[in-house]
Design a protein around this ligand. Structure first.
Ligand code: GLU
Length: 470
């Protein structure tokens, strides 16, 4: 059997972290099985459609390295891959259901439609009055459909149950008496999500439906549709919710939820994908750091967890730092400048070398390097240390020696420092701390010799004189 899976987002704005995780798991499963990964755009809800959302989605997926085999732009045998371009297909299938008394048109009076519009009532609420249409003959229904306003509803049996075996959750059973006659086709001729989704999964020969668990509630309707059409059902794999630290559903108030935000905030795709892969799944051993290829090999539906996955920004930051450290400083600089071209003349390679092992995000770079451009004490302790008598002697001696050399680089700096050591017999912390604080304003940080080389003689002298004359 050829594995065929799909990611089926609705273009309603940005790509949610949960969406990219769904895309990733689908992709991993497809690649592992030499299968096909499809991108299908579910754009039948015209009210929620956002201009540019599809382009943005494709761009973001491309950034992440999750490439699809069939879908928008590249096409494929089972297209079109935009649901809005498949209206004829849904029409044909809905007629089949009506003819077989599995669905029925529900006629809305003009008054009711007006009321719905005016009071903003969800049009899917089923009234007692609607029930009568369940039993109108097919001939009468189809005749009235030609000139009366209607939606098409699924005829859900009034009793009994329906069940399926979820690959993550196990056997799930639903009481049909609690399910209302779902709208399959809206009065504007567009299908609802449920109908289009099932028809397309069948026609696109999807073998495994991998998606978020918020769709489990829709399963009875989907299962009924498969049965009504007499179609083979795919396997269903529902992924756990992604949660905030306090175990509420991941929300904008506590975390960034758009993948685009993580891109602008300086996360690397390798780190982001690695982290997402572990949000609801774990590897066969203790391994946590994975390349995409390693994930393809180790991924398994059996190890997808049932419980919600807590989004831990600290862990993501730790991972991002791990991947940043693996890059060459030049690569880091290039990546940084790509989004910060205005800083091209300010941020240089030696500066990146100073701090790259420490940063968690590329956007930390300006803040980490700020001490090179602007001098200020990070705390009162720094001033106190510079007030020590020994500190003053060190700084005076350093300044006078610095004035005499032509170029300050790390080599000339080291030789000045060893001269000071010999002359005034100060060493260790008492020597290094005042020097560091005087040129950086901080008690800790990168190697002082490399810092002074970047600052240069003039800036260092200026900083030292300001302190001495203070
Ligand atoms: N269009 C649905 C969404 O936006 C797809 C759900 C599914 O994968 O069935 O999430």
């Amino acid at each position: 059997m050829l594995v065929r899976v799909r990611f089926a987002p609705s273009p309603t704005g940005f790509l949610h972290i949960g969406g990219l995780r769904t895309a990733l798991y689908n992709y991993l499963f497809a690649k592992q099985n030499n299968g096909i990964f499809i991108l299908r755009i579910e754009d039948t809800d015209r009210n929620r459609y956002v201009e540019g959302a599809v382009e943005n989605l494709i761009k973001t997926m491309h950034w992440s390295g999750i490439e699809y085999d069939e879908g928008p732009k590249i096409g494929g045998d089972k297209g079109p891959y935009f649901q809005s371009k498949r209206l004829n297909i849904y029409k044909k299938h809905i007629l089949h259901l009506i003819e077989n008394e599995k669905a029925y048109p529900c006629f809305y009076s003009k008054e009711r439609l007006k009321k719905i519009e005016k009071e903003n009532i969800p049009s899917n609420i089923l009234t007692q009055q609607d029930q009568i249409y369940r039993n109108i003959s097919v001939d009468e229904s189809t005749a009235r459909m030609k000139n009366e306003n209607h939606v098409i509803r699924l005829k859900v049996p009034n009793n009994g149950s329906i069940e399926y075996n979820d690959q993550v959750r196990g056997k799930l059973k639903f009481d049909l008496s609690l399910i209302e006659d779902q709208i399959l086709m809206k009065s504007d001729g567009y299908p609802t999500y449920h109908f289009a989704n099932v028809v397309d999964d069948h026609l696109m020969e999807i073998t495994h439906v991998i998606r978020g668990e918020e769709w489990i509630a829709s399963m009875p309707k989907h299962l009924l549709l498969y049965e009504n059409f007499n179609w083979k059902k795919p396997e269903f794999i529902h992924l756990p919710l992604i949660l905030n630290q306090d175990k509420t559903k991941l929300s904008k108030r506590q975390n960034d939820v758009a993948v685009e935000d993580y891109i602008t905030n300086g996360y690397l795709k390798k780190a982001f994908i690695n982290y997402l892969s572990l949000l609801g799944w774990h590897g066969s051993g203790d391994q946590e750091l994975y390349t995409l290829d390693e994930l393809i090999k180790d991924f398994s539906i059996n190890r997808i967890q049932k419980s919600g996955a807590i989004f831990d920004i600290k862990k993501l930051n730790w991972m991002n730092n791990h991947y940043i450290k693996k890059l060459e400083p030049q690569e880091i600089l290039d990546k940084f400048l790509k989004n910060n071209i205005d800083l091209k003349d300010q941020i240089t390679l030696p500066m990146i070398k100073l701090i790259y092992e420490k940063i968690e995000r590329l956007t930390d770079i300006p803040e980490e390097l700020n001490f090179l451009f602007e001098f200020k004490f990070e705390n009162e302790k720094c001033r106190e240390i510079l007030d020590y008598k020994s500190s003053k002697t060190v700084l005076k001696s350093f300044t006078s020696k610095l004035e005499k050399i032509s170029i300050l680089d790390s080599k000339s700096f080291k030789s000045i420092v060893s001269k000071i050591q010999d002359e005034i017999k100060v060493g260790g912390k008492n020597l290094w701390m005042p020097l560091r604080i005087a040129v950086t304003g901080k008690m800790h940080g990168p190697d002082v010799a490399s810092i002074v080389e970047i600052l240069g003689k003039e800036v260092c002298l200026q900083r030292l004189n300001n302190i001495i004359n203070d």
